[in-house]
Design a protein around this ligand. Structure first.
Ligand code: CTP
Length: 404
């Protein structure tokens, strides 16, 4: 796809490099149109190297080829990130005093803008009214997120993360091969309380599960995402409109998963579920005086939700499990995966190695997918959103057509 990334003059312009990079890695032909001010924040060579195309910024270059309209006419999608308050005002008013303004006016492609500015500017009635104008015209506004701004300020106005912008943008134009499917994804890690202030938990950030949910929604699926204690920021912006349920304990995750699975065509159990929970939960804070130097904690087994799901599988339902293993030897790792796939009764098992520095909490992942019978079907490594797409590619046909 031919995608134009418009970059305007805000400090978040440096993060636009991530947007360009993600779009190129997804296989798109990316053309950057930067304002002169944007190029004061991020260098042309960086953008040319990452986009693998020349960067355009001057209205009076390439006049013979009528570049001021040609770029917009050829675009299948335009993403403006960051979009400053000034650029938003110009788009709302239809200004064409620079190459980006001309490109936008000359295009009939979907337009996505990712605002970035200080909170006061975002809340200013002029910006509020400009954003309403953009939305009324069918322009897609992604974010802004809330958080640390330039300087010491913090609040709404921070540009959404590049992956969120890309997911939102591609959802407008990407393949809708999962349309008509209802997909349940669990993500994060369950926590088992010991007392009102303590719990037993795990280091799952929820990133891989959230990436699967987003990728499925981007590809047209109707997604329910059950999240347990995911890391801050992982679900800050929700660009694709997921139906999110928050849970914390294994019992809560189980209730939500079993209920939602009854209507799901695909279930992806990416959550790291606590296998045990404290036998009793103290009403008040457990005190050292009553425990002494050694604290014996009795744990009882939690139900295996995935096994319950596969035992109750609806006809045609695809159930995908995950296996997090610390085994270093690749042969033994595969054996563990095969045994787990069989034990759990899944259709597909995503096997990944976890460790002190691997798998959990990291932005990338490295997986092998096995069938329920233990055959290796695919391997993938890369960003968690790339890995998510490779997993979803394995959902077996027949897939309903969007009209069904
Ligand atoms: N799982 C589950 N319920 C549990 C434990 C795990 O549904 N009580 C699911 C996880 O969501 C994952 C899969 O089972 O999809 C495998 O989880 P994993 O922790 O790798 O395996 P366990 O079954 O816990 O086995 P072990 O820890 O002994 O390797």
């Amino acid at each position: 796809m031919n995608i134009v990334v418009g970059i305007t003059g805000g400090i978040a312009a440096y993060k636009a490099v991530g947007v360009v990079r993600a779009l190129v890695r997804a296989g798109h032909d990316v053309h950057v149109v930067a304002t002169e001010k944007a190029l004061r924040f991020v260098g042309r060579p960086t953008l040319e190297a990452i986009s693998r195309n020349l960067v355009h910024s001057d209205l009076y270059e390439g006049v013979a080829e009528v570049r001021h309209v040609a770029i917009g006419q050829a675009a299948d999608l335009i993403v403006v990130a960051p979009a400053t308050a000034n650029t938003i005002a110009k788009i709302a008013a239809g200004h064409a005093d620079d190459l980006l303004g001309n490109t936008i006016l000359a295009s009939t492609a979907p337009l996505v803008v990712a605002p970035a500015m200080h909170t006061e500017m975002w809340r200013n009635p002029a910006t509020v009214s400009n954003i309403a104008t953009l939305r009324a015209r069918g322009i897609h506004v992604v974010g802004p997120a809330s958080g640390q701004l330039t300087g010491a300020d913090s609040g709404p106005g921070r540009m959404s993360e590049p992956d969120d912008i890309v997911a939102a943008a591609l959802s407008l134009v990407g393949p809708r091969d999962l349309a008509g499917l209802r997909v349940l994804v669990t993500a994060g890690g369950t926590r088992e309380p010991l007392d009102p202030v303590r719990f037993i938990g795990n280091r799952s950030s929820g990133r891989q599960g959230v990436a699967i949910a987003r990728a499925a929604a981007t590809r047209g699926a109707d997604v329910v995402l059950v999240v347990a204690n995911i890391e801050d920021g992982v679900l800050d912006a929700d660009p694709v409109g997921l139906d999110v349920r928050h849970v914390s304990t294994t019992a809560e995750l189980r209730d939500a998963a079993l209920a939602e699975a009854q209507t799901a065509d695909v279930v992806v159990m990416a959550a790291a579920v606590a296998d045990y929970r404290p036998e009793t939960v103290a009403e008040g804070k457990i005190k050292k005086e009553t425990q002494g130097d050694v604290f014996d904690l009795r744990l009882v087994r939690n139900p295996d939700i995935l096994r319950e799901l596969t035992a109750a599988r609806r006809p045609g339902q695809t159930i995908i499990g995950f296996a997090a293993e610390t085994e270093l030897d690749p042969v033994k790792l595969l054996e563990l995966g095969r045994a787990k796939a069989a034990r759990k009764g899944v259709d597909l098992l995503v096997l990944n190695r976890v460790g002190w520095a691997e798998g959990f909490g990291t932005p990338s992942n490295d997986i092998v997918v096995l069938t329920g019978g233990g055959d290796r079907v695919t391997e993938a490594s890369g960003s968690k959103s790339d890995v998510a797409d490779r997993i979803l590619d394995l959902i077996p046909p027949p897939r309903p057509t969007p009209s069904e």
